[in-house]
Write a protein that binds this ligand. Structure first.
Ligand code: CP
Ligand code: NVA
Length: 311
């Protein structure tokens, strides 16, 4: 395992399962970690908006006796084009103990990690969102007891960070993954990510499928997952075209009936009711979206402590 968290492609099944177990332990033994980050500082660099990632990391540090700095990159010399990523990484490594960054380009996170002398956590790039998926797998472990053998169906925009991170992680932990998305490179996962998922799936004996009919993707699923059709980096002028293409992949109650009777509905949030899913689904009894959101807090603590060598 590297000392950074950039993508889940870099993490083994054992490392993923270990961090989930730590997240679950920390959730139920909060007071044991009350001083675990005393005197330590997390720098949080943001190029994009955030509710969950920002508040869970900041609260997590505070609950562990540490401190977090929120830094809007647009107000920095780097954001103004006056300082290189390398110089930012080398400078802030002299001040803080750990960095979390949310960026547009994934190469920005890679460059930060390359030059930083402290651990770097990817808090979402256009390419991947590893913290989200670690929290989601923790939530599934909590709800279903075991991950191996579950079938996760992802519907909608599959050419995105959340899908890529699901593809990196699910096959490693023995979960089948079935994607339902419009045909074409704009909506399908990156071919390299699919190839990596298929290689991992061969080792664990699970399936990785891409369908262009939503029903085929959802049949018999234990988990139905969707995400925004307008990720933070998507230009507003693409809305109409995207909604037309993605419309058939909206998660509806009828579609949920194709999944197992005890299937859960997941969404990383932020969500738009009546767009990627109906209100009936996200506000219905199968939805576990706020458990997912809560577990971001617990898993962030585990990620920080692991990368700091405290676990
Ligand atoms: N799911 C997630 O990362 O949410 P935010 O964009 O609010 O951080
Ligand atoms: N795919 C979404 C995830 C938001 C947490 C985005 O990038 O905006």
């Amino acid at each position: 395992m590297t000392r950074h968290l950039l993508t889940l492609n870099d993490w083994s099944a054992e490392a993923i399962e270990e961090i989930i177990a730590h997240g679950l332990y920390i959730k139920h033994h909060r007071s044991e970690f009350a001083q675990a980050m005393a005197g330590r500082t997390l720098l949080m660099l943001f190029e994009k908006p955030s509710l969950r990632t920002r508040v869970s990391f900041e609260t997590g540090m505070e609950q562990m006796g540490g401190h977090a700095i929120y830094y809007d990159v647009s107000t920095s010399p780097m954001g103004k084009g006056k300082e290189s990523i390398a110089d930012v990484a080398r400078t802030v490594s002299r001040y803080v103990d750990i960095i979390m960054a949310r960026t547009y380009e994934h190469t920005t996170i890679e460059e930060l990690a390359h030059y930083a002398t402290v651990p770097v956590i990817n808090g979402l790039s256009n390419f991947s969102h590893p913290c989200q998926i670690l929290g989601d797998l923790m939530t599934l472990k909590e709800k279903k007891g075991t991950l191996a053998g579950l079938k996760l169906a992802y519907l909608g925009d599959a050419h995105n960070n959340v899908t890529h991170s699901l593809l990196f992680a699910c096959p490693k932990v023995g979960m089948h993954i079935s994607i339902g998305c419009p045909a074409g490179p704009k909506y399908e996962p990156l071919p390299d990510v699919l190839a990596s998922a298929r290689a991992a799936a061969q080792a664990t004996g699970v399936s990785v499928d891409v369908h262009h009919q939503p029903e085929a993707a959802v049949d018999g699923a234990d988990v139905v997952y969707t995400d925004s059709w307008m990720s933070y980096h998507i230009p507003e002028d693409e809305r109409q075209e995207r909604f037309a293409a993605l419309g058939p992949f909206q998660v509806t109650s009828d579609l949920m009936k194709r999944a197992k009777p005890d299937a859960v509905f997941m969404h990383c949030l932020p969500a738009q009711r009546g767009v990627e899913q109906t209100a009936e689904v996200i506000d219905g009894p199968q939805s576990i979206v706020f458990d997912q959101a809560e577990n971001r807090l617990h898993i962030q603590k585990a990620i920080i402590l692991k990368l700091m060598g405290r676990l």
